[in-house]
Design a protein around this ligand. Structure first.
Ligand SMILES: [Zn+2]
Length: 385
């Protein structure tokens, strides 16, 4: 065995032990040994190392049947921050190793604001989180757009023009005092679901966000699938009506032009007396129930049409829905989403795929906060939690 392989195996075993503590905490050394199938001596060495590094701590003693006490282990207090940049606000969370949200804050700004305002908001959020506990594990940052993770440059940002062409990694590293990790918004949401949400127990699933845009994060074998060009998951630009309305991508009739927040606002506004800019300001009692139900059914069915393409190609075990449109209208549109999927996909596939709604709060920021955790728990290409 080469030295390199030896250190790789060590990293994988460390990740597996950390994950055993994450799942079973508080947990005894013997329980960890049984879960990761390593001998007691190796476990003791690994645990001593993790304790010395301040990652793990003893959490009291428990008596066994013979009455001899043995000590339990849990994670020591370490924190990661996640900050999500949305078109109208920044949201930040501080979490511990278990994903408990210790603090959450938001800073609002006008839609389509400039880069300087966004930077001030990120700095402000970081200060607020840092005053609770310094995020010593690092800071994850998520945002919508075509983000090149290799160069750290935002190639295209239709919903946040202030970020277009910006060297995101360089710019925002200057706003925080900890290592910075980057990810695109929809993929970040899929990571939040994988670590802490409804994707916890599935090897393969997709998370679809329906808000200002429509995006998807794909998890295959517990790892994020990025495709050849890093931008896999653009379900919002699946064409469902070739002669439909123009889309910001240059095509016509993309899914996004029918089901995104601006599209639903536009439809509902046709039936209200006073205009409203965002769905959260929708005056529900000003629309005739028949018109409202028709719009909800159409929106749901269109979303189902787009998701049918996903079901046909990937046949995911679960589709987890999230985003402003789902949070506000989920119950009203879900039956039509199911119908749209069933009617437009292969029956055998549709039967295998369940449709659920995310239950996570601050899901985008939470997903960003998993990035520093992944740096500790996971070994890219070899081990994923
Ligand atoms: Zn499009």
């Amino acid at each position: 065995m080469t030295l390199r392989n030896h250190s790789l195996i060590k990293r994988i075993n460390r990740g597996r032990i950390m994950n055993a503590i994450r799942i079973g905490s508080p947990v005894a050394r013997s329980q960890i040994a049984a879960r990761v199938q390593l001998d007691r001596k190796s476990i003791t060495n690994f645990i001593n190392e993790l304790i010395a590094e301040g990652l793990v701590m003893e959490s009291g003693k428990v008596g066994n049947i013979a009455g001899r006490p043995y000590s339990m282990l849990k994670f020591a207090d370490n924190f990661a921050a996640g900050i999500h940049i949305a078109p109208h606000l920044c949201c930040g969370v501080l979490i511990d190793f278990y994903g408990n949200i210790i603090a959450a804050h938001e800073v609002e700004y006008p839609l389509y604001t400039d880069l300087a305002t966004i930077c001030r908001a990120v700095e402000n959020l970081y200060r607020q989180l840092n005053s609770v506990h310094p995020p010593n594990l690092g800071v994850g940052l998520s945002m919508p757009g075509s983000l090149d993770l290799k160069s750290g440059v935002m190639e295209e940002a239709v919903n946040i023009p202030g970020l277009a062409g910006v060297e995101v990694r360089k710019t925002f590293s200057a706003c925080v005092n900890e290592p910075l990790f980057l990810e695109e918004e929809s993929r970040s949401i899929a990571l939040a679901e994988k670590w802490f949400g409804k994707g916890r127990s599935y090897a393969d699933f997709v998370a679809v966000e329906v808000s200002a845009g429509v995006g998807m994060g794909i998890i295959v074998g517990r790892r994020l699938f990025k495709g050849a060009g890093q931008y896999a998951g653009e379900v919002g630009h699946v064409v469902i009506e070739p002669n439909g309305p123009p889309c910001r991508c240059g095509n016509r009739g993309c899914l996004e032009t029918y089901v995104s927040e601006p599209a639903v606002v536009r439809e509902l506004s046709r039936f209200t007396k006073s205009g409203f800019a965002r769905l959260c300001y929708f005056p529900a009692d000003s629309v005739d129930p028949a018109d409202y139900n028709r719009i909800m059914n159409d929106t749901g069915y269109r979303l189902g049409q787009g998701l049918a393409a996903v079901v046909n190609i990937l046949c995911p075990r679960t589709i987890i829905l999230t985003g402003d449109v789902i949070n506000l209208f989920g119950a009203a549109i879900l039956p039509a989403v199911r119908e749209g999927i069933t009617r437009n996909s292969v029956k055998g596939n549709a039967r295998q795929t369940e449709l659920v709604v995310s239950e996570l709060a601050h899901v985008d920021a939470l997903g960003a906060a998993t990035l520093p955790l992944a740096d500790i728990f996971e070994v890219p290409g070899y081990f994923y939690v």
